[in-house]
Design a protein around this ligand. Structure first.
Ligand code: ADP
Ligand code: ZN
Ligand code: ZN
Length: 730
């Protein structure tokens, strides 16, 4: 018999047997099968001769697609490992690793892409004939005149706001769009030259190359601007000299991918490269994925989901900003793409390079213990680019509702006079975090979460930053009838307002997820800053990462104190990384940078470490604390979370979960169920239960038995529950 064992996207930890009939199907191929009343897409995992399913109940597949394996065995093996490790049904994990187009019941289409080409009229055009204000159109025409055609990615590199311009050019009959196969070579307007490496960069590159083509984890620890990206690129160049070799480069945040993409494309104009991230549309995703899977793409740059992309000739994995929390998937299979990358490197026997200025403590620990090889760059790469001077400004004397010390205003003014730019960093969007009754101290709560509503003054709304709930300002306090409700505390909108009052001549730009919601907003912002059209940026962590603004010489951290005393044991590690990253925005191109931190705790150890730019010393202190407290990386954790509209159900589930843990013999610490800080979220009551183990193996052994038991609990179908292995949020 032709029995096909198939993985399906259903929440059950098993595979399903079907009769393949006369159809020749291979493992890894997509098939359409009946499941209950539905027809669903599955992946064939094994082809067998027999099955235990009685023939009366054995159903036949309806169709097989693509005539070949969509999923190679290596990907299937990696996903299997992750599904086991993260306690998630294999079928769901496997199907969700595919672009959504491949989860649809139709053949995968040969990838094509849109390219733009000049018409005869366009070729003959002298760009001087275009209107004065058509700078982008001029650039595009000039670039197109140098080559056959250009694709979207290359256009993006020529001018970030190319889409509108190209539309105009098409309307004017100067440019036409064509669909071509994705493999079609695309011209690149310029190839950037390699920089000669400095000795530290050279040593890092050398160490990785000398290790050869086998698995080894490397941590490249280099301060911001130390030239890590240059090392990645030269490493890629060297590795990709092998014919057909492919490299996977993981990046944390989609806002940054265009910049990195531009650098890589400029460096490797002849190598087919694809991007993979969630902001792409479905057909772009499919196209990129297929190009990777077929071996055509030599470089894949992507966010966490791309770690599962099939790459038949994988030769190197790079994880940039490896400490970034966005590598951790927060629903479905809660994997860490960084950890999966290391596992993948091990399975494929290729080197894995993790890079960061402020590595995750887990990674630092691995580098210290010798599991990873530590490579360090201590100075900035550009000659003369010194590290910024960091100082603390004691704000204890400052009136509570005054956002800035007078020193800050003076410093901002001085930069403006010198024609330099400043950045005010505050990781809190909105106008103010609470609306408070001045009589009885009542604050407006969210109805669906245990949180307070944030004042959004411009929209005249109160908004919950956890569930999105919005409402108008209340007329009066419902507790005491007082009509005087005051916004208390600072958000970016308020900073912008205060600043405009105090420095009326300043050109201020706010950069947070509210102001940057429009497509291309980030690219436009970046262009404005580069063009010198902005004096002061007011921004959240959105600005902290990656952007390289050469004329920015002052960074003010408005308020970071709340994070100093957070109950989350990772808060200090995160704050340090974040401030280090923001500080890295100052003085990147030969101009001295300065960072001023407003704080009521200027003697805090974290600030001292920051001032001396001493990540290793700070990491050492944190590691010692973690060791004493027996926290990760000195233990291994899993967190069971449950939520439901009824608290009784959540409670009952947790009680049974705790009881079933107690019934398993184990050497672990199983804590009592507790309510998380956010007791209610989106109208659901929540509880969680933490498990700690001395070794990964002990934790895995326990979870295997426990999670199977959890699935059979009476409340298991009534509450929403999940297991988070190596959790980052509590
Ligand atoms: P990182 O990734 O560590 O933040 P980058 O690779 O972005 O650092 O480098 C920061 C700046 O230094 C960039 O402008 C880059 O072009 C420049 N740079 C990197 N390596 C060198 C080098 N060897 N010589 C001169 N400039 C360099
Ligand atoms: Zn009141
Ligand atoms: Zn809410």
């Amino acid at each position: 018999m032709n029995i096909l064992r198939v993985a399906l996207d259903v929440p059950l930890p098993c595979l399903f047997d079907y009769n393949g009939g006369k159809t020749r199907v291979v493992a890894g191929q997509r098939v359409l099968v009946p499941f209950g009343a539905r027809q669903v897409i599955g992946i064939v995992v094994e082809c067998l001769d027999t099955t235990e399913v009685p023939s009366a109940r054995l159903k036949s597949i309806l169709q097989a697609y693509d005539n070949e394996a969509a999923i190679p065995a290596s990907t299937s093996k990696l996903v299997r490992f992750c599904a086991d490790y993260y306690q998630y049904p294999f079928g769901q994990a496997l199907l969700s690793a595919l672009p959504s187009r491949l989860r649809e019941a139709r053949p995968a289409q040969a990838p094509t892409k849109t390219v733009y080409k000049l018409t005869e009229q366009g070729q003959a055009l002298d760009v001087k004939q275009l209107p004065k204000n058509a700078a982008v159109r001029k650039k595009l025409i000039t670039a197109l005149q140098q080559t056959e055609h250009l694709d979207a990615a290359t256009m993006q590199q020529v001018a970030k706001t190319w889409r509108n311009a190209i539309k105009l050019l098409m309307e004017n009959g100067l440019v036409t769009a064509h669909e071509v196969e994705s493999g079609a070579l695309t011209g690149s307007p310029a190839a950037a030259n390699e920089l000669p490496l400095n000795p530290s960069q050279q040593a890092a590159l050398q160490a990785i190359l000398e290790n050869g083509r086998v698995f080894q984890g490397f941590l490249l620890h280099g301060i911001t601007g130390s030239g890590k990206t240059e090392v990645y690129m030269q490493l890629l160049r060297s590795v990709l000299q092998q014919p057909r070799a492919q490299a996977l480069v993981l990046v944390p945040e989609i806002n940054l991918t265009p910049q990195l993409e531009a650098r890589f494309r400029a460096r490797f104009p002849q190598l087919p490269m694809v991007m993979l991230h969630s902001k792409m549309n479905e057909s772009e995703r499919l196209h990129g994925w297929l190009a990777a899977q077929s071996g055509e793409a030599r470089i894949v740059i992507g966010t966490r989901l791309s770690v599962f992309t099939p790459l038949p000739h994988l030769a190197l994995i790079v994880v940039d900003e490896e400490h970034d929390a966005s590598y951790k998937q927060q629903d479905g299979m809660r994997y860490s793409a960084r950890d999966v990358a290391v596992m993948r490197g091990k399975m494929a026997n290729v080197p894995v390079l993790l890079g960061s200025a402020t590595p995750a403590l887990e990674t630092w620990y691995n580098a210290q213990s010798g599991r990873y090889r530590l490579l360090e760059i201590h100075q900035r790469a550009v000659a003369g680019a010194e590290l910024p001077r960091i100082s603390c400004l004691d704000v204890r004397g400052l009136p509570v509702d005054q956002a800035f010390s007078p020193h800050v205003i003076a410093a901002l003014r001085a930069r403006m006079q010198r024609g330099e730019q400043s950045l005010l960093f505050l990781n809190r969007r909105g106008y103010s975090p609470v609306l408070l009754c001045s009589q009885c101290n009542w604050v407006v709560p969210c109805k669906r979460c245990s949180s307070r509503l944030v004042v959004h003054k411009r929209d005249r709304l109160l908004r919950c930053h956890h569930c999105g709930h919005e409402q108008r300002f209340p007329q009066a306090c419902p507790e005491c009838g007082n009509i005087e409700l005051k916004p208390i505390g600072q958000g970016t909108q308020r900073l912008e307002e205060v600043l405009a009052q105090q420095l009326p001549e300043a050109r201020i730009l706010r950069v947070d997820s509210d102001s940057m919601r429009r497509k291309h907003a980030v690219a436009e912002m970046s262009q404005q800053v580069h063009a010198g059209e902005v004096d002061i940026l007011v921004g959240t962590q959105m600005l902290a990462k990656g952007h390289d603004f050469p004329n920015l010489t002052l960074v003010v951290v408005v308020d970071a104190d709340s994070a100093l005393f957070s109950p989350d044991f990772r808060a200090a590690e995160r704050l340090f990384a974040q401030l280090m990253q923001v500080a890295g925005r100052a003085g990147r191109a030969g101009k001295a940078g300065e960072v001023v931190i407003q704080t009521a705790f200027p003697d805090h150890l974290l600030f001292h470490a920051l001032q001396s730019h001493d990540y290793p010393a700070f990491a050492q202190t944190l590691l010692e604390e973690r060791k004493l407290a027996h926290f990760p990386p000195y233990c291994f954790e899993a967190l069971l979370r449950a939520e439901a509209t009824s608290w009784e159900q959540v409670q009952a589930f947790m009680r049974d979960a705790a009881a079933s843990a107690a019934a398993i013999p184990h050497p672990l610490t199983v804590y009592d169920p507790v309510r998380p800080r956010m007791e209610r979220l989106k109208g659901l009551e929540r509880a969680q239960l933490l498990v700690q183990a001395g070794t990964r193996q002990a934790l895995q052994k326990f979870l295997q038995v426990w999670v199977a038991a959890l699935r059979t609990l009476p409340q298991a179908a009534k509450v929403r529950w999940s297991v988070d292995v190596d959790p980052l949020e509590y």
